[in-house]
Design a protein around this ligand. Structure first.
Ligand code: FRU
Length: 499
């Protein structure tokens, strides 16, 4: 490995990464070693461990010339940092090693498939760029880019496909056909996104197969970061549309994530779309990727940040960007269910249980507080009359709070971080229409210092958001307009000391 750019990044990580104390980071959510992180990449099982890479700019806490950062885990909760895996050190990726995926090869090598972005200046001074798909092979620590890169170029795009927007390959191995497939996002002739399918016998020679699905300017514009898999008998395509417009409460404006359900005729390579849904209803969720775990679970991890508010961060931070808790996916009645990986339960400590607590006005419960917390609250009407609103405030002190409010009359759950310490005028609240409308709601609230992830009714809907409220604000309160009964089950998440 003789890439100067990669060595420079690795040295920088050694010097500056170690200066960041564990208390400055979340406890169990992934952050960059130093600098900036965006999409999760290369989530894969390799030689008995899960590897995870991420879009990475080590030198600043803003998006910049993309590298791949690298971590491993055995349980999705405790992560080990590895040195940066790739730098933008070739002509064909001089402007960034963009998002991609990874696999273990039968010969024991770890394969990375990513987008190379090349930029050059024309004679008239204008900058041109193109995106191609590239490979790298390694041993789980060090990777060599393939000498035949790029392996998929614009030459194989259907007519009208954009050379500038052609990225984020997600690769898988088809054991029956004994070949690789990859889905790649492209901007097509109607100026909106499409997901293209490619095939390869050996991971180096690729051919274009078909368009799996296309946006047709209906769900945002360009689609990014596709993922395609089967789950509980359904074919599922996940993608992250840019420039989405809201439709009632189902989507929100801006960068979004949708999952598209359907059926897939593998012989004809035909994906037949059934429905399109939002994958998360919070403020900070984008570009997720899944891995099939060794035990068959489909596990998803996402970038826990809205791309549009990524420049609003606390002053003086040395890292910026978090990933979500890895989530187990299932399908139920045609809809996606997401729950935190079950491994998290091993790190629950200090259980606090309350049953049948009558709530009217505001109330705090002894020992129910904290900022690294896994708490489930089950709310229901008290007696015959329906409460008007139920509010849980977390990350609270006399100055700050983050509010989660359920209105049972229209079944809307609202997350609001207007009072969570942001200094900028950013979007601070989102709403979701909860599916059941009988005044009962179950909320699992996962907090890890700088984030709140809400799993509604056993994972039927989720709201994922960051907060940068000072850590001293750690109270939790419950409040009903009218009266309600609640059960509360609360744990602190505690990881054993390192070493
Ligand atoms: C999504 C994305 C990808 C791209 C990467 C660049 O957030 O725009 O499409 O590969 O980020 O960092």
């Amino acid at each position: 490995m003789n890439s100067k750019l990669l060595l420079r990044a690795r040295n920088y990580e050694k010097i500056y990464g170690e200066k960041i104390t564990p208390e400055e980071r979340p406890l169990f959510h992934v952050t960059p070693t130093v600098g900036w992180l965006n999409d999760p990449n290369g989530f894969s099982y390799y030689k008995g461990e899960y590897h995870l890479f991420y879009q990475y700019h080590p030198y600043k806490t803003v998006w910049g010339n993309m590298h791949w950062g690298h971590l491993t885990t055995r349980d999705f909760i405790r992560w080990e940092r590895l040195p940066a895996a790739m730098a933008p050190d070739e002509d064909y990726d001089n402007a960034g090693v963009f998002s991609g995926s990874a696999l273990e090869l039968p010969d024991g090598r770890h394969l990375l498939m990513y987008t190379g972005v090349e930029e050059w200046q024309r004679e008239d001074g204008l900058i041109e760029s193109r995106q191609t798909q590239c490979m790298a092979y390694g041993d789980g620590v060090d990777y060599e880019k393939y000498s035949g890169n790029p392996v998929i170029t614009a030459d194989s795009l259907p007519t009208g496909g954009s050379v500038q927007d052609f990225r984020d390959p997600k690769i898988w191995w088809d054991g029956e056909e004994r070949c690789f497939y990859a889905v790649v996002a492209n901007r097509v002739a109607d100026d909106s996104g499409a997901i293209l399918l490619f095939r390869s016998p050996d991971s180096m020679q690729w051919e274009y197969v078909t368009v799996l699905d296309r946006c047709r300017n209906q769900y945002g514009r360009m689609w990014e970061c596709p993922d395609f898999f089967h789950l509980d008998g359904m074919a599922v395509l996940i993608t992250s549309p840019m420039e989405m417009t809201a439709r009632g409460l189902e989507f929100h404006n801006g960068n979004n994530v949708v999952y598209i359900t359907g059926s897939y005729d593998k012989k004809a390579h035909h994906f037949d779309r059934t429905e399109v849904h939002a994958l998360d209803y919070g403020l900070d969720f984008y570009a997720p990727q899944t891995v099939e775990a060794a035990d068959g679970r489909r596990i998803l991890i996402g970038w826990m940040q809205s791309p549009e508010t990524g420049h609003n961060k606390p002053q003086g931070v040395k890292w910026f960007g978090q990933l979500t808790i890895p989530r187990e996916l299932r399908m139920k009645d045609g809809l996606m269910i997401q729950n935190p990986v079950r491994e998290l339960e091993q790190y629950r400590s200090e259980p606090v249980l309350y049953r049948d607590v009558y709530v009217r006005e505001r109330l705090c419960l002894p020992s129910v507080s904290g900022r690294t917390v896994d708490m489930t609250v089950f709310v229901r009407p008290a007696g015959g009359s329906l409460y008007q609103k139920f509010t849980i405030k977390v990350a609270k002190d006399t100055e700050f709070y983050t509010a989660i409010t359920y209105d049972p009359n229209n079944s809307v759950l609202r997350f609001d971080r207007s009072n969570s310490g942001f200094r900028h005028n950013i979007v601070s609240s989102r709403k979701v229409l909860v599916r059941y409308q009988n005044g009962e709601i179950k909320l699992r609230i996962l907090m890890d210092r700088f984030s709140v992830e809400i799993f509604v009714n056993d994972g039927e809907q989720t709201l994922t958001s960051t907060i940068y409220t000072p850590q001293e604000a750690d109270s939790i309160s419950f409040e009903a307009n009218g009266s309600a009964i609640i059960d509360v089950e609360k744990y602190d998440i505690v990881l054993p000391e390192e070493g």
